[in-house]
Design a protein around this ligand. Sequence first.
Ligand SMILES: Cc1ncc(COP(=O)(O)O)c(C=O)c1O
Length: 438
Amino acid sequence: MKEKRSIILKEDELPDTWYNVIPDLPEPLPPPMDPPEGYSRVNDLPNLLVGECLKQEMTDQRWVPIPEGIQELYLAAGRPRPLYRAKNLEEKLGTPAKLFYKSEFYSPTGSHKVNTALAQAYYAKEQGFERLTTETGAGQWGNALAYAASLTGLECTVFWVRAVYRWKAERLKFMQIFGADVFASPSTQTEIGKKLYAEDPNHNGSLGIAISEGLQDAKNDPKAVYCLGSVLNHVMLHQSVIGLETKKQMEIAGEYPDVVISCLGGGSNFGGIALPWMHDVLTKKEDIKFIAAQSEVAPNLQGEYKYDFADHAEMTPMLKMYTLGHQVTMVPIKGDGLRYHGSSPILSLLRHLGFIDAIAYPADEIHVFERAREFVLAEGFLPAPESAYSVACAIDEAIKCKETNEKKTILFNVSGHGFLDMDGYAEKLGLIQPPERA
Ligand SMILES: Cc1ncc(COP(=O)(O)O)c(C=O)c1O
């Protein structure tokens, strides 16, 4: 029989629990802390986050049931998603490695971000909120939350890092179709936004600033709540659905990964694919190499492991994480969803203990986009610029296998599609612009 190209789960094979790695960690996870001065950010958390998400943030329950209502939303969003064997790519590369990729790009708005957006919107609705506020970098998270809000009958306000807002016109329209109010950040809607905007109306913005804006906006409106698309423990929990599906699929394929790869900004898609496999490493002593693909512009996993704020205006508690500093300036890139100063506390601890490797690709992004082109030519799917980092890393690892003649099984996540990011591809690959239409 021919080897399988796609491994597809039926609807009734959708996981009915999420996986929480916290009880399996070799050391207790350092909790959020207050800064030495000022009001208690920790005590302020119930005013900032959805109650159920905050409970999940602290839980040590290993398997957390996915409410039926959220399972329904996952099914409506097209879960479970296929796992593909990248046969064409293997052949083109001439590698003895086997390459498998998870297709989070098959998502209504284009990325894995819907997995936590749907959960957060569902819980916010249950708690009686009427509006969700958030930040977005690539635009994928803002779009996912706008979609989830519209499905659950909520309003949505998005603060979008200005450097990206400028070039993703189609993504803006998509968010607006779902009824979202979208502001380039720094904006003139919030105190912190106004201050930074007055200093520089062309400010590129950052995820740290956009988070502060989303938080301030929600704090000023009792009917609104802030939702974060990455970093936090409950986001890792919701995203575990990616890896849990993938484990079933690899089992069907009769394969087990030697290497698991994904891009990492704040850590949500990396955590999503990696942590269910990390369970095997931590509890069954399996040997898997985990690689996080990053940009030299924001190599947060190579920063310092210390307590730092998650936002620019110091409104969040301090989290123990790898960080480049919460007010650092980083130049914009096309994979701008990776331009965040910090990374998930869970993944940071695992990195600190030696379980996660990281690679940072050059700021010009040429290598990454060239690798994405190789992937498109072989497999046909167009990765989001951030996902192109996963693809680049997987191809680089497959080429190393060719050089050493190692038959490794490499699993990687393609966290989103790049259909609304063509200007990024055009710039990085030097594509010729079509003549202007008359
Ligand atoms: C498609 C896609 N992948 C990955 C990322 C990086 O974020 P995270 O590390 O939380 O997955 C983003 C961020 O916007 C994204 O849009």
